[in-house]
Design a protein around this ligand. Structure first.
Ligand code: URA
Length: 212
């Protein structure tokens, strides 16, 4: 498993405003979108492409195009939905599937409550969107689910990660070269409620303004 913490002043600045508890939902949503676009730029570095012949106004030349099928983007509901726009802005031809997962706040286990994905993901490159990699349970289940359907590689784009969750995923996935985690920051730790510290609070609530 590869972990890429994107070190860029634009990312750090936008993340700081996101963390601020006085930042209202509309600004939070806008910044999430912008931040995801910056993270997606790094996350798509290994996206599969093929040479394509085109004609410019001047001459014929060989350019680059995504291979088909195009990448599949999977936001994890609910909070991952707030990241979708930022990703599709950068990769507008991507297909989009949905995975609804929630964590049981007592056991902290992830449960899948909804799924809308192609039945066969054989050979597909998949980009999972989930803002908070806390215990890692949700991403572990999502990654297992996608590989069980045949995905070739999975790149998870997160805003924040906790060392505890990353360590758990590392232990589970070991040296799997087909899993990459791209995030804006690896924070300090989890608190007793499995919230990321310093974090930004509940990402879903901050995006959508309601609990649930
Ligand atoms: N989910 C969130 O929304 N925030 C956290 O800090 C941890 C999990």
């Amino acid at each position: 498993m590869r972990v890429l913490e994107v070190d860029h002043p634009l990312v750090a600045h936008k993340l700081t405003v996101l963390r601020d508890k006085t930042t209202p939902s509309p600004v939070f949503r806008q910044l999430t979108e912008e931040l995801v676009t910056l993270l997606a730029y790094e996350a798509t570095r290994d996206v599969r492409t093929q040479p394509v012949e085109i004609e410019t106004p001047v001459t014929r030349t060989v350019g680059t195009a995504f291979t088909k099928p195009t990448p599949l983007v999977v936001p994890i509901l609910r909070a991952g939905l707030g990241m979708l726009e930022g990703m599709t802005k950068l990769v507008p031809t991507a297909e989009v599937g949905f995975l609804g997962m929630a964590r049981n706040e007592e056991t902290l286990e992830a449960i899948t409550y909804a799924e809308r994905l192609p039945a066969d993901l054989t050979g597909r490159q998949v980009f999972v969107l989930d803002p908070m990699l806390a215990t890692g349970g949700t991403l572990r289940e999502a990654i297992k689910f996608l590989f069980a359907r045949g995905a070739a590689d999975v790149t998870c784009i997160c805003l924040l990660g906790a060392p505890e969750g990353l360590k758990m995923l590392e232990a589970e996935l070991g040296d799997a070269e087909n899993v990459t985690i791209v995030l804006a920051s690896v924070d300090d730790r989890l608190d007793e409620h499995a919230y990321i510290v310093p974090g930004l609070g509940d990402a879903g609530d901050r995006l959508y303004g309601i609990a649930g």
